[in-house]
Design a protein around this ligand. Sequence first.
Ligand code: SF4
Length: 675
Amino acid sequence: MARRNDEHVIRGACHHDCPDTCAWDVTVSNGRAVELRGVVDHPVTRGQLCPKVNRFLDRVYHPDRLLTPLQRVGPKGSGEFTPVSWRAAIEQIADRLGAVGSPEAVLQYSFDGTQGLIQKGIMADRFFAAIGASIIRRHLCGVTANLGAIDVSGSRFGVDPENLRLARTLILWGTNTVLTNRHLWPTVEAAKANGARVIVIDPIKTPTAAHPIVDEFLQLIPGTDVALVVAMINVLEREDLLDHEWLERNTTGLSDLLDSARRMSPEQAASITGLEVDRIERLARTFATRRPAAIRCLIGPEHREHGRDIMRAIAMLPAVTGAWRDAGGGMARSTAVYFDTALGPSDDLPERPAFNMARLGEVLTDGDRIEALIVHNSNPAVITPGQNSIIEGLSRDDLFTVVIEQFMTDTARYADLVLPTTTQIEHVDLVPAWGHLYLSLNQPAIEPRGEALPNTEIFRRLAVAMGLDAPGLVDSDEEMVRQVLESDHEWMAGITYERLVAEGFTRLNVPDLHRPYVDTTPDTKDGKLRLGALEYQPGTETAEGDPALARRYPLTLMSRKQHVRFLNANYGGFEEHFPRSGEPKLEIHPSDARQRNIGDGDRVRVSNDRGSLTLSASISDDLQPGLVTVPFGWWHRSTPERRGVNALTNPTVADDDVGSAFFHENLVEVSLVEG
Ligand code: SF4
């Protein structure tokens, strides 16, 4: 820790739902944080933060920051509140939770407002387990893609993203790396400098697809990825590019896979995907022969009903070419599994009723079975599909709602009590990553502002007020960090609390050139990667394939993460971060705009049976005909309807246990707003 006069520097880490988990240093002078800088010697984040977080201190000291508990005094949604003491707030919550008809009538709703293990959930989860509350499955994304990878590999392990520098073929598949995983870009550039061919596969010409170092961009029709993969395998067999020795030794199910592949010629795939035959063939050849060959996948396929099928298909490619043989070859996805493995299972909490979080609106409006809702680390009125039904549920007079927040969000406006919570520079946390292998300790740089409390302290106080005596409910934040670090897994050897206090971050002890399916055996029964039949199912491009519906709503809406200064709903209500245009826009292809007499900048209505939004149009041939986009994350005040894009998205999930939300495939129509 460097000190200069009255200044000192405290090391921490970004907590946002972003793969990069940047290390940062906070300079504090006279108790006030005066500077936040990236840590230059972090091997991945290298001193850079991002436009979202560069002004994080403005957020900490923002005049709209919630600094006292608030009690609602106006109608739900009005935003009319009056300050109340912590004591009164805690007593009221304890009384109300103690008076519900059954423990399951209390619902905990939380997500990735922070990725720090301590403030995200450990104490909160212990509290809700102790009272027997219902919980949500935190499955808006991720899970479908995880399952697709597990279908093949038995596990979620992939290439350490740092090792992608070794790749000579690097396919960025459904990931806008320069925007949403920006600290991987120097690795992509290093691979390029070493001779890699960089290929982007995406339905939209993103800034990544348009980047000058990208050798080839394949703009496929959304949701047709499986057809592309099957045709690539067709080409690989036809041109004798399968790695038979590897396949014999390390896989099962090849003959069924090849039966499927023989039924999908590159010509057929071309008509399905919109890609040219020779580009499909070249992609297959390049991936098989220019090695190490790696695929980088992140969010794109996760937000689709058939995301599991897409990821299962993509995961077969490195299995059939033996790409996993090479350090830097294979597939790189979220690295969360490395931390889950190294740190071990968290508390062993009892089973309770659980709902997929995408179904919140349905759960809240299904009679009165949920009597009390406690929201922390989330803004479901913005991030969750089915926004209109969520608002209907939050408006129930008989629903007691508590929201733990830093700002008066669209969800908080419907709360009975809003409890002010600390920001990342005001509390302790332990932050894993999903884009690299470095574990970070975040130390508090300043005292909590006003009366804000860490989430953990709020739940400790509630536990005391409710007379709960389950184990762990009085543990301090430091004790919880030490408990997490107690793992005896080899990847945690030598990683102690004291070391993290001294260094701030450290890499898990995963061997440098670890090859997940060569150095270790796949987590399948027979230790082999699982191939098998792989069929493209026509009509799976959209989750709403009903032809009658498609006639009424002929366009497909993607709600994508496209803002430089937003991260999910964080900053979506933070005017300092609004783009210069100051409003969300509907992107539409020129041909679709022409058919509807829409000009650039015109006011348009985008609608379906779930809702409608009035936005200004942005005409762009970065999209394909038939596709429109509205950015994810804007708060309700950004439109005249006081709703965001999730007023249009489908809250259905394919499977309540393991389904993700369908953010990328909702049918809509767009019309010009006259006058
Ligand atoms: S949001 Fe991501 S890129 Fe930005 S500072 Fe946080 S971890 Fe780094």
